[in-house]
Write a protein that binds this ligand. Structure first.
Ligand code: ATP
Length: 257
């Protein structure tokens, strides 16, 4: 079952075709890699998927907890549609504690209304208590429980990246978009991240799309890979196919030159 379909999607900025006529689909439960040289259009593609940019042309359809089409994709709404993302540059609330960062992730799912919050009705306390317990559980799963009261800015880079993923998962998404999660990680952290991505897919019953430059991560973790170059989708397939693909090799060699 396809959870995401993209049809002839394009986005241009002035004369630059950042994403050009891209069509693809993603099946439920897949871990997809999105790769390509610098400036290939990968982040622009995520920004289109999450409503940050409006397409110049083409369509996006999600079939997660309800059908969503391009016109409904607004950044502040995507979380309600079951889509969560992390960013290339970590976006945590640096001066807030680890647990508070995760609690914010749960925020959209809270069940009490304004009156309950204002007058501190029982439903408010029940919901807050459940949320706090859920946040503790999530931190335990990410091995961050003993750091729950630390300011997020004091965590190691790897821990900050994992906290950002934990916060995204607090919103209970069906589709998780990870933008360069291994960026800045040391080899040990990258190795752990590979296991973490596979584990969260199983544990949270997710579909995952990951943009990544670390080829060992992409080849070991992703079941299917899409390759962008100059905004176009130049190849798609399983890792072995992509590694042998002449066009892909050329795109990357061109980058090195
Ligand atoms: P990287 O791997 O370096 O992060 P990328 O594949 O994510 O690159 P994008 O950031 O999507 O590439 O950029 C694709 C192209 O679109 C680049 O030429 C970039 O300069 C251009 N671009 C992206 N966003 C904008 C914008 N807001 N305004 C103008 N041009 C943009």
């Amino acid at each position: 079952m396809a959870v995401l379909k993209v049809d002839k999607l394009s986005k241009s900025f002035g004369g630059i075709n950042a994403v050009s006529d891209v069509s693809l689909s993603v099946e439920k439960g897949e871990i997809i890699g999105l790769i390509g040289p610098n400036g290939a259009g990968k982040t622009t593609f995520f920004n289109l998927l999450t409503g940050i940019y409006t397409p110049t042309s083409g369509d996006i359809f999600y079939d997660l907890n309800k059908t969503v089409a391009t016109k409904d994709l607004k950044p502040h709404k995507i979380i309600h549609f079951g889509i969560a993302r992390t960013f290339q540059n970590i976006r945590l609330f640096q001066k807030m504690s680890v647990i508070d960062n995760v609690l914010i992730g749960f925020h959209h799912g809270l069940k009490y209304g304004v009156a309950s919050a204002l007058f501190r009705l029982p439903s408010y306390y029940k919901s807050e208590k459940n949320t706090y317990e859920d946040a503790l559980q999530l931190l335990a799963k990410f091995d961050l429980l003993d750091k729950k009261d630390e300011l997020s800015k004091n965590l190691s880079y790897g821990d900050q990246r994992r906290l950002e993923i934990a916060r995204a998962l607090a919103a209970k998404p069906k589709l998780l978009l990870l933008d360069e999660p291994a960026a800045g990680m040391n080899p040990k952290e990258t190795k752990e991240l590979k296991e973490l991505i596979k584990w969260i897919r199983e544990c949270f019953d997710l579909t995952v799309i990951v943009i990544e430059h670390d080829m060992s991560l992409v080849m070991e973790v992703c079941e299917r890979i899409f390759v962008f170059d100059y905004g176009t989708l130049i190849a798609s397939g399983v890792p072995e196919e992509i590694q042998r693909n002449e066009r892909v090799i050329k795109a990357y060699l061109g980058e090195e030159e």
